[in-house]
Design a protein around this ligand. Sequence first.
Ligand SMILES: C[S@@+](CC[C@H](N)C(=O)[O-])C[C@H]1O[C@@H](n2cnc3c(N)ncnc32)[C@H](O)[C@@H]1O
Length: 222
Amino acid sequence: MEQCWEPGEPGEPGEPGWARPGGALGARGLLALAVASGAAAWATWAVLLMPGFRRVPLRLQVPYQPSSPRQVANALALLRGRAGKTVDLGSGDGRLVLEAYRQGLRPALGYELNPWLLCLAKYRAWRAGYHGNVSFLKEDLWKVNLSDCHNVIVFLAPSVKPPLATKLLAELPDDARVVAGRFPFPSWTPSSTLGQGLEQVWAYDMKEVRREAQGRAQESQV
Ligand SMILES: C[S@@+](CC[C@H](N)C(=O)[O-])C[C@H]1O[C@@H](n2cnc3c(N)ncnc32)[C@H](O)[C@@H]1O
């Protein structure tokens, strides 16, 4: 059937907002689509990825991105044979903590704010038979005290590395080792590194990091 438009009527071909049946979207359609996509993205962010993060400043929020099997293997290779408490700051689904425990790093625990990921990590611990031996705690990594941690795993965004470096320098014992995945600490010199590209991990020994920081501070005073 032929369609007719009266001149000036809304919906006339060529007017903003006009959409041909089965054809391209008009401006209003595009706007609605953009709003709906934005709302869906926000809902995914707020409900699935970042619930529990309301009290964390936006600049310190890091979304979930699980480490690959190679990244896990590399990180734990740099902690092999070490003693003391091992923590993953932002433990996600618990893969690094579970593997750390499996390799004999004990006690092993993860701090995580996302309740879905905490549930998943606890379920995976139960399934692996580690229930009661590893801990996944709903804590803000910026607020926990790390002074009794000897092995610290950090798979976080580069943007939070400078404030995290300040926290680690202030709290960790001298014999602690920090292992960073994906991105290094920009102002620290690693004691060792393993892997290439995104699989690369870096180990930092706090005693060396402090010595270097003190040297820099003395140089800047001269
Ligand atoms: C890039 S993912 C890494 C997950 C896990 N470590 C892995 O490598 O598979 C970062 C994780 O840190 C968590 N996270 C971010 N900010 C946090 C905070 N302030 N306190 C606790 N966990 C946090 C996120 O929910 C996310 O699961």
